[in-house]
Design a protein around this ligand. Structure first.
Ligand code: KG4
Ligand code: ZN
Length: 350
């Protein structure tokens, strides 16, 4: 079954054709990130306007890349939430219109479920490095129960997946999302938006122990997170340095960025591994924009393997928002609705 997945929950416009929930036939993503950079975050109105311009060309390119046409697609899948209302409306209304015109079923998908399903997608392995091939080939099948960590700009959630469509929310952040923390700390350090990749870049080859930062809630007996105390500690360090030196040196920024990255990764890994042990998980899945972080991927893999639990990390291009994960989620829980019943749901959760 070939599904066209459409994703427009934030600043990306993604369209992708996926066969049987796993085989990636195309994946096209247009991002308006450059337009938001000068504001240090996504400007919803700007994002939605861009999406209205690019949605049709992006869908067309995804169909062309998959060497298919809408007439030959079995179903459409679209992100209905959570996300920015204007952005969601662009994808939802486009999917509904195409479904009506081409008489195709359309499946509404929760964006957060989508991030989980990035782990099910296998790829055309041509042109990939040997080490990467080994990783990607082992992506499928995935055994249940699985514990999943979803870390993005808007969410930090720990999920127990007993089967497709059988999902329990174990806990989440009580304040900032992990990606939001990366973005805010990057801004404090004078780094560019989005903060995650910027912090990862400057944190390379410096001392991750230069600053001893707090690890809020790390040993509490629950699966919740809190990052605002960590962010406040960074504010204090920046203020102290400004008082002392009047500016932030490159090495100060790198050391603080690296200590922050180390700390947040430690918190995420500790809680995820504890959830995996508690629920006797056969797999640990990672998903969301922050899942692109190399330290998080490697630390989770190391601690998972110490317990004999395989850790799945989607390929980097499927960690950012994309239509492929939406198509895959729709395949494994195939519940189409009449187009007139499908609405954007900005506040949707698990
Ligand atoms: O999932 P996503 O593309 O959008 C949302 O649904 O929010 O996630 C975007 C977030 C941003 O906060 C960005 O800073 C973070 O993911 N991010 C990273 C990395 N790449 C993106 N955080 C840490 N390390 C990265 N390499
Ligand atoms: Zn996302």
């Amino acid at each position: 079954m070939k599904i066209l997945g459409i994703e427009t929950s934030c600043d990306e416009t993604g369209a992708s054709v996926v066969e049987d929930g796993a085989k990636l036939l195309s994946n096209v993503i247009a991002s308006s990130v450059l337009l938001h950079q000068k504001y240090g975050g996504v400007v919803p109105e700007v994002a939605a306007r861009e999406q209205t311009k690019v949605i049709i060309p992006v869908i067309q390119e995804a169909l062309d890349e998959a060497k298919t046409r809408l007439e030959k697609i079995d179903a459409l899948a679209v992100t209905v939430g959570p996300g920015l209302v204007g952005s969601l409306l662009v994808g939802v209304e486009t999917a509904k219109t195409l479904a009506l015109i081409f008489k195709k079923p359309v499946v509404p998908v929760n964006h957060l479920y989508g991030h989980l399903y990035a782990n099910w997608i296998t790829q055309d392995l041509r042109g990939r490095k040997k080490t990467e091939k080994k990783n990607l080939q082992s992506l499928y099948p995935i055994f249940f129960p699985a514990v999943a960590l979803i870390v993005s700009g808007g969410h930090t959630d720990l999920i127990l997946m007993r089967n497709h469509g059988q999902i329990n929310w174990l806990g989440g952040t009580r304040d900032d999302a992990a990606g939001e923390a990366f973005d805010k700390v990057a801004r404090l350090l004078g780094l560019s938006y989005p903060g995650g990749p910027a912090i990862e870049k400057v944190a390379k080859s410096v001392n991750p122990k230069a600053f001893d930062l707090p690890r809020p809630m790390i040993d509490e007996d629950n699966f919740d997170f809190s990052f605002s105390g960590l962010k406040t500690a960074i504010v204090q360090e920046v203020k102290k340095e400004m008082k002392r030196k009047k500016s932030l040196s490159q090495i100060f920024v790198s050391n603080l960025a690296s200590s922050f990255q180390q700390t947040i990764v430690e918190i995420l890994v500790r809680k995820t591994i504890r959830a995996a042990q508690t629920y006797k998980a056969k797999e640990v899945l990672l998903g969301g924009g922050v899942a692109a972080n190399k330290l998080l991927r490697s630390q989770l893999t190391v601690y998972g393997s110490q317990l004999g639990i395989p850790v799945r990390c989607p390929p980097i291009e499927l960690c950012i928002d994309n239509g492929a994960m939406i198509a895959s989620a729709a395949f494994f829980s195939f519940k189409p609705l009449p187009p007139q019943k499908i609405q954007a749901e900005p506040g949707l959760h698990f």
